[in-house]
Write a protein that binds this ligand. Structure first.
Ligand code: 5GP
Ligand code: ZN
Length: 113
């Protein structure tokens, strides 16, 4: 989608430190990491938020979680990590192209907010 920074990264039109890619998703390092490992897993398909997921996307969602698990192993954070998606402005979403944060390399406490 025009003017979407993550679509531009997916298209190779904006730079990113890509750590994984396949035909359905791209994963790259967050520009402003909040943990030693902070990777964004992004579907190539532009969907604005989690609310835009439809039943036809169920294989894509399961694939995204499979990639998250693989990256957790690759980056050696599989002992403990978080996968987070912020949905909508009230959910703290800034980039309106669906993405999942993979966070690890530190010990999180049980508080989510
Ligand atoms: P949100 O709050 O939308 O879930 O998070 C968006 C995330 O994207 C933020 O953690 C922010 O640091 C990251 N981000 C924003 N613009 C860019 C960019 O151009 N490149 C990369 N690698 N990360 C970005
Ligand atoms: Zn987009």
């Amino acid at each position: 989608m025009k003017d979407c920074i993550f679509c531009k990264i997916v298209a190779g039109e904006a730079p990113a430190e890509v750590v994984y890619e396949d035909e359905r998703v791209l994963a790259f390092k967050d520009i402003n990491p909040l943990a030693p490992v902070h990777i964004l897993i992004v579907p190539r398909l532009h969907l604005a938020t989690l609310n835009d997921l439809q039943p036809e996307h169920k294989d894509l969602v399961s694939h995204i979680f499979k990639v998250a698990i693989e990256l957790a192993h690759k980056f050696k954070i599989d002992k403990g990590y978080r996968v987070v998606t912020n949905c909508g402005a009230d959910g703290g979403q800034i980039i309106f192209h669906l993405h999942f944060h993979l966070l690890g390399g530190k010990v999180f406490d049980h508080n989510l907010v």
